[in-house]
Design a protein around this ligand. Structure first.
Ligand SMILES: [Zn+2]
Length: 314
């Protein structure tokens, strides 16, 4: 059983509002597969390999990466997929057996939304102060009260992925440190997210123990990335002179990437020259290399690498 503990940038709700195609989305995964002969990865996923060998398989958790573990099986009759959009018209359908078992367990047929946990905030409004407790309580309940008991009854080996959005989603959105560095991603909201994930893992371990499966089940905990707290202020980058609607004065814009540059040009004397000062402005000074004197050649032209700050995210 694998439990990737983390995910990636921004919330799914944000992605849904973005004009940029975002792979953490079941529909986008389907589009990608359709463009690449049915399997855009050109590899078999671990859940597909397992079910082909007769394992029971399930993936539960965050919209997108959950389906990615068996994205070529979209009818819900082989691998069980339970994610954010389960129970909607866009979700991977549940089998009749899953529907009956959810009903018998008193669990809803649809995943609850993230609610306040999905609030990303902006430069003037803090993000969430809530861990993803409600939604993940549902995922943990489905896993421990429906999926694992079903797998136990089948008396077959199984492979189950529980993709916990916490602490990742909460730490991306946390509202503990609006435009300040402390406490950063070590604030109370992030700590609550870690507790939430830990509680989910404890529930899964307890269920395995009660089912008599713990001693014969391998649990693998993994993660996709960590966090570091950074300052978005700069007194030297010329990018701060550019006004962005979602950026405070003196701050670097969301998604800013600095690019090291030392463009080489030939000056009027045919010598290799480098930019002496930084700035994407015409009339930049260029300094001849290899000169023995201090004479400079001033060549009015743009630097060789005009893109030196890019907004990679919207
Ligand atoms: Zn992340």
């Amino acid at each position: 059983m694998a439990i990737p503990a983390c995910s990636r940038i921004r919330s799914t709700s944000h992605a849904a509002d973005s004009p940029t195609a975002f792979i953490e989305n079941d529909a986008v995964l389907g589009d990608l597969d359709a463009h690449f002969a049915g399997n855009f990865l050109n590899e078999d996923t671990i859940l597909k390999l397992a079910r082909d060998k007769g394992y029971s398989t399930a993936a539960v958790g965050k919209h997108g990466p959950t389906l990615l573990f068996d994205h070529t099986e979209r009818i819900g009759l082989q691998t069980i997929i339970v994610d954010d959009i389960t129970g909607t018209a866009q979700g991977i359908p549940l089998s009749a057996e899953m529907g009956e078992r959810l009903k018998a367990a008193g669990l809803a047929m649809a995943t609850p939304p993230r609610g306040a946990n999905g609030i990303a905030g902006n430069v003037t409004t803090p993000g969430t102060k809530s861990a993803n407790v409600v939604q993940q309580d549902y995922f943990a309940a489905v896993t421990t009260r429906v999926v694992l008991p079903m797998f136990k009854e089948r008396s077959k080996p199984f492979l189950l992925v529980f993709w916990s959005r916490d602490p990742d989603g909460t730490q991306h959105n946390q509202g503990d440190s609006l435009n300040v560095l402390v406490p950063g991603i070590n604030g109370p909201t992030s700590l609550a997210a870690m507790r939430n994930e830990d509680d989910n893992l404890a529930r899964i371990r307890s269920a395995l123990s009660e089912l008599g499966l713990l001693d014969s089940t391998n649990i693998i905990v993994t993660s996709d990335h960590g966090f570091s707290t950074i300052s978005k202020q700069s007194q030297t980058s010329s990018t701060v002179a550019t006004k962005f609607s979602d950026t405070l004065p003196g701050h670097l814009p969301f998604g800013f990437v600095a690019r090291s540059r030392s463009p080489i040009r030939r000056c009027s004397r045919g010598r290799a020259c480098t930019a002496r000062s930084a700035g994407p402005t015409p009339g930049i000074s260029w300094q001849c290399r290899g000169q023995t004197s201090n004479r400079n050649s001033s060549i009015p032209r743009r630097p060789a690498t005009p893109i030196w700050a890019a907004r990679l995210r919207i």
